[in-house]
Design a binder for this molecule. Sequence first.
Ligand code: ADP
Length: 248
Amino acid sequence: MGAVLTLEDITHLKMLDRLKSDFIHTISHDLRSPLTAIMGYVELLERVGPLNDQQKQFVRHVQNSAQNITSLVNDLLDLGRIEAGFDTRRDETSLDAIVRYTLDNLEQQIKDKKLNLLLQIEPGLPTLRGNPIRLRQMVDNLLVNAVKYTPEHGEIRVELRSEGPQIIFEVQDTGVGIPITDQPHIFEKFYRASNAPKGTPGTGLGLAIVKSIVEAHEGRIWLDSVVGKGTKFIVVLPVFAALLVPAA
Ligand code: ADP
């Protein structure tokens, strides 16, 4: 019978978002120098004289905490760079090599939790056009999460395949799952699901970084998860040739 069109001016929201990002970027940047000084001097402590066992233990605590803040600051700076579109490096990249390399690095953690790893990589998988460092960060965050949120003796299935002009990367686990009410927010900065096991280290930045990397590579990401059963993250990225402009 008719149509209703509603328009809303969101300029002020965009401005607020911009202010927030600038603020986070400035703070992260300013935290870097004092953190480097703390790490440097703590490292020197043991060299200027012998420390007793208790002092050594305190030094280790300081080192661990400073290391955690350093990773947080680096994550925030990375996110700022990717979101601002400064991350423009693009090389022909093999996602299968990145996945194998990342899994090699996680081998010990997978063994320690007695997880069953199923790896399925399509032979002759096409390459894609991307920043290998960022793609490694994307793969690493998803695989580390699968290991982190899956209890002992669980299973992790990693699959890489191509479908037409797209590469599909799937990471499926039999972990704690993500409640349906948390799922719409799971890619937001600092968001952690309400059922994240107590004491699990993390900042809630990993998936925000993953999403911004995927989107900067013209891709899409979504998840399929059931609490108590497990989670599957699906990433779709365009293959290298699909991005080439066909000759006229
Ligand atoms: P964190 O540093 O907390 O792991 P992420 O941004 O990587 O941050 O993930 C956000 C939240 O999403 C996590 O805190 C956790 O609650 C949930 N999550 C991420 N991956 C998984 C997974 N594979 N299984 C269950 N929950 C997950």
